[in-house]
Design a protein around this ligand. Structure first.
Ligand code: PRP
Length: 180
């Protein structure tokens, strides 16, 4: 049953699983020829459900690790990030696949990509469940995109409003009165 705060379902669970199958297949092909499988780096917290589905469809001996970053208060537009939880893995020479729930302005991913490159990662690619191209402020190359979505307030499948709705098994649009 639809959550009472949701206006409409934008992407169903079936569509997400099916797209994860396609992405997983593509990723398996692209990294299959490498000497070592990639390290998936998921950015907390929104990417967790997407990571959990995606890895079921990657036919490689991947490892995964987590990072948590936040923008410096009041300076979201600068793209400076503060690390709340760093990687546990030593990444020098590794192929990294960054896993995100959504690319919005692009600032977070661009900053994290630069950071991981500076730590000696061999390659850093990005896979995101959602992308809002109309919101982009910095150009960031996204190698794998699940779905492009319009600029609506989306929640579910990891994405929150005030830390709620992350557990919804679909991506929905929140009713206007909830966040106004
Ligand atoms: C969201 C999302 C990305 C970032 C995208 O994270 O998960 O990390 O914002 O925005 P950008 O492209 O404009 O940089 P959020 O800070 O909401 O944290 P969460 O994953 O814990 O919900």
């Amino acid at each position: 049953m639809l959550n009472k705060d949701i206006k409409k379902v934008l992407i169903s669970q079936e569509e997400i699983v099916s797209r994860c199958e396609e992405l997983g297949k593509q990723i398996s092909e692209d990294y299959g020829k490498n000497e070592q499988p990639p390290l998936l780096v998921a950015l907390l917290r929104g990417s967790v459900p997407f990571l959990a589905e995606l890895i079921k469809h990657i036919d490689l001996n991947i490892q995964y690790d987590f990072m948590d970053v936040t923008s410096y208060a009041g300076t979201k537009s600068t793209g400076d990030i503060r690390i709340l939880k760093d990687l546990d893995t030593y990444i020098e020479g590794m192929d990294i696949l960054l896993v995100e729930d959504i690319v919005d302005t692009g600032r977070t991913l661009e900053a994290v990509r630069t950071l991981l490159k500076n730590k000696g990662a061999k390659t850093v690619r990005i896979v995101t469940l959602l992308s809002k191209p109309s919101r982009r402020e910095v150009e960031v190359q996204v190698e794998y995109t699940g779905f492009e979505v319009p600029d609506e307030f989306v929640v579910g499948y990891g994405m929150d409003y005030d830390q709620k709705y992350r557990g919804l098994p679909y991506i929905g649009v929140l009713k206007d009165e909830i966040y106004q």
